[in-house]
Design a protein around this ligand. Structure first.
Ligand code: PGA
Length: 264
């Protein structure tokens, strides 16, 4: 296992509801993130707030920000007659480095399917964005003992067109749906098992070396209290944080924990 920085992804989802509140949140965040050099911090605000970083470049050069920018979704084409869509090329142009794909809220509420997620993933790689592919089972699938079947299906469909030389750019986030936003977090043992299953699937499709190198995150009711349980797992590379990433005090603590456990 290659030691590296812990990856902490803040998924702000559809928050904050106004530009004024976004700027307040960002101002708080800025005070907290200055010293965390051993963390690869990725902030994923709603699309509409991404230009803020782009247009404030002179006072605020993106390369000097102590974090990378990510989007919460993208389309698979670069441009054209696709009303309401945002392309990976546009995101790259606005300074994004990452994109979350296949989040369960998009699968559930927007009807996203494995096949489309796979197309988005391929397009994001082609535009030099690092995709963060979310996989995870529902409560019902869990009860029926289908966790690994579901994870395998979502993972293999998501990376279907990915070549061997591209796969290391893909980050996999194990996000059991029953744990998202519910306050019920997945035990670190279950997360570890899922991470190992993900690596096994990657090893089968590519090889063992790639399986060891690929970065796997956990997401689902991550809090300051449970963050150490996950961040000390050797097969996990970081966390995807929703609700707690909007509470800057708590998020700062999560970053601190990750920084103490990470490597440059
Ligand atoms: P949560 O969300 O931390 O609020 O559970 C995680 C996610 O949806 O990525």
């Amino acid at each position: 296992m290659v030691f590296m920085k812990k990856i902490i992804v803040a998924n702000w989802k559809c928050n904050p509801p106004t530009y004024k509140k976004f700027k307040q949140l960002f101002a708080q965040l800025q005070k907290k993130v200055r010293n965390f050099k051993k963390v690869e911090l990725v902030i994923c605000p709603p699309f509409v707030y991404l230009p803020f970083f782009f247009f404030s470049r002179s006072s605020f050069p993106t390369q000097h920000l102590p974090f990378k920018l990510g989007a919460q979704n993208c389309f698979w084409e670069e441009e054209g007659p696709f009303t309401g869509e945002i392309s990976p090329k546009m995101l790259k142009d606005l300074g994004c480095s990452y994109v979350i794909l296949g989040h369960s809220e998009r699968r559930e509420f927007l009807g996203e399917k494995d096949k489309e997620i796979g197309k988005k993933l391929k397009a994001s790689l082609e535009n030099k964005l690092r995709p963060i592919l979310c996989v995870g089972e529902t409560e019902e699938e869990r009860k029926k003992g289908r966790i690994f079947k579901v994870v395998e299906r979502q993972l293999l469909a998501g990376i279907k067109k990915v070549k061997k030389q591209e796969i290391e750019k893909v980050i996999i986030a194990y996000e059991p749906i029953w744990a998202i936003g519910t306050g019920i977090s997945c035990s670190s043992n279950e997360v570890l098992t899922a991470a190992l299953v993900i690596r096994k699937i990657i090893a089968k499709k590519f090889n063992q070396k790639i399986a060891c190198q690929i970065q796997v995150l956990y997401g689902g009711s991550v809090k300051e209290k449970n963050a150490p349980d996950y961040l000390t797992q050797p097969h996990l590379n970081g966390l995807l944080v929703g609700g707690a990433s909007l509470k800057i005090e708590e998020f700062g603590q999560i970053l601190k924990i990750a920084s103490n456990l990470g490597n440059n």
